[in-house]
Design a protein around this ligand. Structure first.
Ligand SMILES: *Cc1c(COP(=O)(O)O)cnc(C)c1O
Length: 402
C-alpha cells in the first residue's frame, strides 16, 4: 500500500480530530522512525514527549513483554503484586507520601482537581460546592469536559458547553494576578504547567515557581504542577520545578512515565491531601494495573541509569545555540529549557511553519507546528551529540532554503 492509501483509509473510517503531517510510520528505534516506504526520519516530536527514553527501548519492551505474559490486568477489586512496588518506587523517587495511578494525562489532571476539591472541603473548610481552582490562560491540561472548561483556546472549547464551574483564569507568569485570585474566598488550589508546552513552549521568568509556592503557602491553597510534558527529564532536570527547588502539593505525571509504551499517568501528594479520597470515591478499571506498573518502573529507571536529564540539558543548549546562530529571516525566536524547545516562525512569501515542517520531512526530520507559527523541537532525550549535529544540519537547511 502507498502512504496516500494509508492516509485515505484512515480519513475514510477514522474521525478527523487531528491534522497529521503526511507521513505514515511503521517502525521506531531510539531517535529514529521509519515510514512504510522504508525512509528514516529523526523524530523531533517524541509523541509530545511521551517517548523521552527513545522508541522501543529494549529494557522497556522486555518489561512490557515479561509482565504481559505474567499478568496484565486485575482491576482494583483485587490486589496485585506490582502496584505496591510501583507506588513505593514512584513515591520515593519524587518524594511524596503516596501516589494514585490513572492512565491518560487528562485523567491525572481530573484526579488532581478532585483531590483539591476534597481537600478544600475536608481540610481547609470551604463551604459545600464553593471551591475554586485558579488556572492560567494558554494552559493545556487535556481534553475532558472539565479540563477544556479551564482552557482559553477556542478550538479546544467551542461548542462543548455547558462547562464545568469553579475555575478562575489568570494570565500565565503573572504573580500579581495570582495573588489577587488567591486572596478571593474559597480558593482550593492553583494549577499550572511549569513551562506551557502546547502553548508554544512559554518559559516563565526565573523566580515564578518560587513565588507561586510562597503565595500558595500564604493563602493556604494547594500548588498543583502539571508536569505531564515537562517532567521526567524533558527540561534538563527530572522535574521542571527542580530548577527552583520548589515542591508542589500535588504533582501530575504522564506521557514519559511509561516511555511511550503504554498509557500511564499518576498523581503524587502527601497524606493530608491524598487520604481525603476514600474507598469507592474515585477509580479506574485500568488504573494501577500490573502491566502499567512494570513498564513505568523500568521507564523511570532507564531515565536515571542513562542520565537523561543531564543529556537533555547539554543537548538542549547545543540546539538553542546553533538555532540562535542560524541566519534565516523566518526564525523570529528560539526558546526553551533542556530538550523542550520551540522556534517562532515569521512567515515569509506565503511560507509558514507548516511549510518548514514539510521541508524538514523531505530532508528526514519530523516535527509539528503548534498554534500556526511555532514549531516545537523535542527529540528523545537519548539523542547523541553526533545525531544532534546531523539533525541541526537538516533543520537549519530547511529554514535557509525556505
Ligand atoms: C499531554 C498533556 C496532557 C494530557 O495528556 P493525555 O495523555 O493526552 O490525556 C495534560 N497536561 C499536559 C501538560 C500535557 O502536555
Amino acid at each position: 500500500m502507498t502512504q496516500e492509501e494509508y492516509i485515505h483509509r484512515e480519513a475514510l473510517y477514522g474521525a478527523h480530530n487531528y491534522h497529521p503531517l503526511p507521513v505514515v510510520l511503521t517502525k521506531g528505534k531510539g531517535v529514529f522512525v521509519w515510514d512504510t516506504d522504508g525512509r528514516r526520519y529523526f523524530d523531533f516530536l517524541s509523541a509530545y514527549s511521551a517517548v523521552n527514553q527513545g522508541h522501543c527501548h529494549e529494557r522497556i519492551v522486555s518489561a512490557l513483554v515479561r509482565q504481559a505474559s505474567q499478568l496484565a490486568l486485575t482491576s482494583r477489586a483485587f490486589y496485585n503484586d506490582k502496584l505496591g512496588e510501583w507506588a513505593e518506587y514512584v513515591s520515593r523517587l519524587f518524594g511524596y507520601d503516596k501516589m494514585l495511578p490513572m492512565n491518560s494525562g487528562a485523567e491525572g489532571v481530573e484526579t488532581a482537581l478532585k483531590l483539591a476539591r476534597k481537600w478544600a472541603y475536608k481540610v481547609k473548610g470551604v463551604a459545600h460546592d464553593r471551591a475554586k481552582i485558579v488556572v492560567c490562560d494558554g494552559n493545556f491540561h487535556g481534553r475532558t469536559i472539565s479540563v477544556i472548561s479551564m482552557s482559553s483556546d477556542p478550538d479546544a472549547r467551542n461548542d462543548y458547553g455547558p462547562y464545568t464551574e469553579g475555575f478562575i483564569n489568570i494570565p500565565f507568569d503573572d504573580t500579581d494576578a495570582l495573588e489577587h485570585a488567591l486572596s478571593q474566598p474559597d480558593v482550593a488550589a492553583f494549577l499550572t504547567e511549569p513551562v506551557q508546552a502546547e502553548a508554544g513552549v512559554i518559559v516563565p521568568r526565573d523566580g515564578f515557581l518560587l513565588k507561586v509556592r510562597e503565595l500558595c503557602d500564604h493563602y493556604n491553597a494547594l500548588f498543583i504542577a502539571d508536569e505531564i510534558q515537562t517532567g521526567i527529564a524533558r527540561t534538563g532536570r527530572m522535574l521542571a520545578v527542580d530548577y527552583e527547588s520548589v515542591r508542589p502539593d500535588i504533582l501530575i505525571l504522564g506521557k514519559a512515565l511509561s516511555g511511550g509504551m503504554y498509557p500511564v499517568s499518576c498523581v503524587l501528594a502527601d497524606d493530608e491531601v491524598m487520604l481525603t479520597i476514600r474507598a469507592g470515591e474515585h477509580g479506574s478499571t485500568y488504573g494501577g494495573n500490573p502491566l502499567a506498573a512494570a513498564v513505568s518502573m523500568e521507564a523511570l529507571q532507564v531515565v536515571q541509569d542513562e542520565n537523561l536529564a543531564a543529556n537533555s540539558m547539554t543537548m538542549g543548549k547545543l540546539f538553542r545555540d546553533r538555532m540562535q546562530a542560524c541566519d534565516s529571516p523566518m526564525i523570529a525566536e528560539v526558546r526553551g529549557k533542556g530538550l523542550l524547545n520551540a522556534v517562532s516562525v515569521r512567515p515569509k512569501a506565503g511560507k509558514t511553519a507548516w511549510d518548514i515542517c514539510l521541508a524538514m520531512k523531505e530532508r528526514g526530520l519530523l516535527a509539528k507546528p503548534t498554534h500556526d507559527h511555532t514549531i516545537r523541537f523535542t527529540p528523545p532525550l537519548t539523542i547523541t551529540a553526533e545525531q544532534m549535529a546531523d539533525a541541526l544540519e537538516i533543520i537549519t537547511e530547511a529554514f535557509k532554503k525556505a
